[in-house]
Design a binder for this molecule. Sequence first.
Ligand code: 5GP
Length: 208
Amino acid sequence: MKNKGLLIVISGPSGAGKGTVYNEVLIRRPEIERSISVTTRAPRKGEVDGIHYFFKTEEEYQRMIANGEFLETAEVYNNFYGTPKAPVYEKLALGHDVMFEIDTLGAKQIKRMYPEAVSIFIIPPSYETLEKRLRLRGTDSEETIKRRLSMAKSELAKYKQFDYIVFNDDLEGAIARVLSIIEAEKCKMDRNEEIVNEYLATMPSKKK
Ligand code: 5GP
């Protein structure tokens, strides 16, 4: 008997470093599967279709929505992003853990659709750090950076919808905390109930 996989959601405002934490956790725990999102945004330099995202036209994306193919979908910075449902459910049923890196709206939808999901909110240690990180990335225009900064406060205010908060003050510490959360969640009683009951069933019953 194998446990059903864990669905782990990583979210946080852009500039929180959630993408780095997410990638590092996956390097250290290669058995955790990454969910590949679908997006209508144009690929950035170095991004490969089917690896970083499935890049779709808006028309293709709308067709996927109409067909009910998404577990969640959200509009982020004027582009659509969504998690395809089927591959996630297949992996979970096989007992594989699946981890997502998605925005706060998507995280909320996942919790509604799949309450056992474990949601982790990665937070930058200060506004100053957040601004510095967004500028250092160098991939976005000044206009995009300003828009992302103005959204950061309202995104941070959504902290209550998450199960865990991880301050990304130092990267190694943040990665270690996310790994600990995953380990602890796997040990929860209700995730192990079936296994313990099977174990009990193999034990001889008490003699009267
Ligand atoms: P980027 O364009 O920088 O790759 O991602 C922009 C934002 O979209 C990030 O906040 C990221 O977490 C979010 N995002 C990426 N994939 C998904 C997804 O499948 N669903 C939702 N709701 N957000 C996503």
